[in-house]
Design a protein around this ligand. Structure first.
Ligand code: ATP
Length: 335
């Protein structure tokens, strides 16, 4: 019944005109009663569906901020990204869930979405604040055919997809803080955590998971813990209106699918570098590289085809910074 609901909602959403009960029965091979039940269920969930005799059904409106498995599926415009979807109201963290599904054979593009995370994670064991009803938390599983040394570029591909999707969906201008923080007006709106699992022989990638957290509808600074105030923001705080999370998630997935397919053709960033650099913050400015092996400053000259940050140090030496355990800061603040 669950699948029928997503299928029927998708069909209604994508139809310009009324859809007759008969069409739905034939399309999905279910009875009239089953169709009628699903329509009633959707109405109970707050969907406004007009029924006109002899014409059929028409989706007039979704409930405000509908965020469920069927709602997200009905908005997908992808071939593989998000086509297998697991939705949780609450989970510890979507990355371990996605890894578990991947271990069990989940196909390329599977996503795990949660409305809330109780133990959201960032890089280097940090945490990601993940309140309910406000944000997007999802992890996508990819099954690359490429060598492990290419994997760190995926995190840049994801950042580009989020930055461009957010810009299109909200009209806000987004920037990327290398390698993968998405920033609006100098504050962080998105963090990405990519993790890799190797085959037992340790010579091939078994799968990658990329976890994404986007602050969407927090109303004010009060919605963040004191440590994050001044550094974090939400899309609603920046443009003053409620954002539809399902629509934004679907848009991120569409961009990611396109960009990933492009990346896979060359296995470097040549197809994406120009767009990435157009959004890269701090280019040609002085940056501070927080390398665990020692901090240093230099001028950021953008990225190379491998996604490494090119930094010119004071002594004239050019360093290629690898997107691993390193953070980069502007000289006077977070970006
Ligand atoms: P940075 O350069 O900010 O240190 P990072 O890539 O190392 O970035 P991430 O893994 O993206 O860090 O995210 C974890 C960090 O993000 C946390 O240490 C915290 O400072 C910050 N953070 C946690 N939750 C949120 C949130 N909801 N919005 C914005 N920032 C957050």
């Amino acid at each position: 019944m669950r699948t029928d609901k997503s299928d029927i909602l998708t069909w209604l959403r994508n139809s310009e005109d009324y859809v007759s009960g008969q069409q739905l029965c034939e399309r999905f091979g279910v009875s009239r009663t089953a169709v009628w039940k699903v329509i009633n269920q959707l109405k109970e969930e707050g969907y406004t569906i007009e029924s006109v005799s002899r014409k059929g059904y028409r989706l007039v409106e979704s409930p405000a901020d509908a965020y469920s498995e069927s709602e997200i599926i009905s908005r997908l415009q992808t071939k593989w990204a998000g086509r297998t979807l697991h939705f949780f109201e609450s989970t510890g963290s979507t990355n371990p869930d996605a890894k578990r599904f991947a271990e069990e054979g989940a196909p390329h593009g599977t996503i795990v979405v949660a409305d809330r995370q109780t133990a959201g994670r960032g890089r280097r064991g940090r945490s990601w604040e993940s309140p309910a009803g406000k944000s997007i938390y999802f992890t996508i599983v990819v099954r690359p055919e490429f060598e492990p040394d290419k994997a760190s570029m995926i995190t840049l591909v994801v950042a580009l997809a989020v930055a461009e999707a957010v810009r299109e969906e909200t009209g806000l201008s987004t920037g990327i803080k290398w390698p993968n923080d998405v920033v609006v007006n100098g504050k962080k709106i998105c963090g990405i955590l990519t993790e890799m699992s190797m085959t037992p022989e340790m010579n091939e990638i078994q799968f990658l998971v990329a976890g994404v957290g986007v602050n969407v509808n927090q109303d004010s600074e009060e919605d963040f813990t004191p440590e994050l105030r001044g550094r974090a923001t939400s899309l609603k705080m920046e443009n003053g209106r409620q954002i539809d999370r399902a629509a934004l998630l679907a848009r991120i997935l569409r961009h990611f699918e396109e960009d990933y397919d492009l990346f896979e053709k060359t296995l470097d960033l040549s197809g994406l570098q120009e767009r990435y650099e157009a959004l890269l913050l701090g280019k040609d400015n002085r940056v501070r590289v927080l390398d665990p092996a020692g901090e240093y400053t230099g001028i950021s000259r953008g990225i190379n085809g491998m996604g490494e940050l090119i930094v010119e140090k004071e002594d004239g030496e050019t360093v290629l910074v690898y997107a691993g355990e390193v953070s980069v800061r502007g000289l006077y603040g977070y970006t």
